[in-house]
Design a protein around this ligand. Structure first.
Ligand code: NAD
Length: 390
């Protein structure tokens, strides 16, 4: 309870409006209209388009006679140049708002385009905290994965190809005006994408829960997300058509996003970035691999919170000390990874031990993410965590 009476001010960020439910995607036209839009730029990737996921959105716009332009060239772990290209297309096409449909890659590019539409230069000039000068154009975001929570966060992540690293843009202008979360859009995810993205959401929930920036708001959301993911991720992975599982995973990913939008992340994210850029692993997979190793390292920083995670993942911690229960949380996460066939050793991915120094150097470029981590990390700690992960 002492946490509840701290003197610090708790900040909570959230989009203006979240619509959650089956078939909400069919109502996109009325959201476009209520935001005063007359020609949106739709931002997506070829996989989402081929899976037929644009149909409810296009149907809604066409029925309401709203013209649109289509930018469907988003790539995974999107390079910065895509945002700049999209912003150019936005202006050339005379668009006045952005609708992003897809996983975190498409939503992040949509967010980037919405701010670069009203700002000069390249998106690489505004990476960091609060460097976006002008408010962007309105954006509506529809996730098709249950993972990143990008539809509710105030950040987007792009790849700086020249430096071979990922960079983030944090700004209140990046928050969506409207997030439309339709679990039906996630039904077509293949099992591997379901596992990787669902584990990304778990990492958000766990990292923000134990973060030094956690607040009562982020705790409540993170706890529910951890519980839902523990129960429903294996079901959604095993049977993609299980609507109950998809529904709860969509909820979990969105509330985990709302949690970390205010509570922050930690060292799992910091150390996963070099895996993504070096081996072109999906963001969720690289996070999942690092999760148990960083959790084990972090236990002394907040044993009570880690013990709670064990309970939230269904473990009986009755009669155990916080530290004993905290170790059970790591085991529960390892069991969850096993249940969706996600190996969590670097060597399982053919990564040679001789690459570890390169990974350590990459991880040390992300020290901003060490700040909210519950335990301080020095370069030697990063080395030991990667060695353990190997
Ligand atoms: P993604 O957007 O890269 O999509 C992965 C693949 O799944 C793509 O090939 C896509 O076409 C396909 N796909 C998406 N939805 C599908 C569906 N319903 N059916 C079939 N195929 C589908 O993956 P992601 O994990 O959602 O996003 C990862 C990106 O999000 C990374 O760049 C990461 O850095 C970023 N991210 C952003 C935030 C944020 O708050 N802004 C948070 C976490 C991660």
């Amino acid at each position: 309870m002492t946490e509840m009476v701290q003197e610090r001010v708790h900040v909570f960020y959230c989009p203006h409006k979240i619509l959650f439910g089956l078939n909400v995607a069919r109502g996109v036209a009325s959201e476009v209209r209520s935001l005063g839009g007359s020609k949106p730029l739709l931002v997506t990737d070829p996989g989402v388009s081929q899976a037929g996921l644009l149909a409810p959105v296009l149907g809604s716009l066409e029925e309401a006679s709203i013209p649109y332009a289509l930018f469907d060239r988003v790539e995974p772990e999107p390079p910065a140049r895509l945002v700049d290209q999209g912003a150019r297309m936005f202006r050339e096409e005379g668009c006045d708002m952005v609708v992003g449909v897809g996983g975190g890659s498409s939503l992040d590019v949509a967010k980037g385009i919405s701010v670069m539409a009203t700002n000069q230069g390249s998106v690489l000039d505004v990476c960091g905290f609060d460097l976006v000068k002008n408010r962007g154009v309105p954006k509506i975001l529809l996730p098709t994965t249950a993972g990143t929570g990008s539809e509710v966060t105030r950040v987007f992540v792009i790849t700086d190809e020249a430096e071979n690293t990922k960079k983030a843009v944090y700004s209140p202008y990046v928050l969506a005006e409207v997030a439309m979360v339709d679990p039906l859009l996630t039904m077509s995810m293949p099992a591997k994408v379901t596992a990787d993205t669902g584990l990304d959401a778990l990492v958000h929930a766990i990292e923000t829960y134990v973060s030094v920036n956690a607040t009562p708001f982020s705790d409540i959301l993170a706890e529910r997300a951890i519980e839902w993911i523990g129960t429903y991720l294996p079901m959604a992975w095993a049977k993609g058509s299980n609507l109950t599982a998809r529904y709860h995973m969509a909820l979990a990913a969105t509330v985990a996003g709302m949690a970390f939008a205010s509570g922050g992340l930690g060292a799992v994210h910091g150390l996963c970035y070099p895996l993504g850029t070096e081996y072109h692993m999906s963001h969720g997979r690289s996070n999942a691999i690092m999760l148990p190793h960083v959790m084990r390292f972090n236990i002394p920083g907040n044993p009570e919170k880690f013990a709670n995670i064990a309970s939230l993942l269904g473990r009986d911690v009755e009669g155990l000390s916080f530290v004993e229960a905290a170790h059970m949380a790591v085991e529960a996460v390892e069991d969850l990874l096993d249940s969706v066939q996600v190996p969590y050793r670097l060597r399982d991915y053919g990564i040679p031990e001789s690459d570890l120094p390169k990974l350590v150097a990459g991880g040390m470029k992300q020290t901003r993410l060490f700040v909210p981590n519950p335990r301080d990390l020095k370069e030697q700690d990063v080395k030991e965590i990667f060695q353990e992960a190997y």
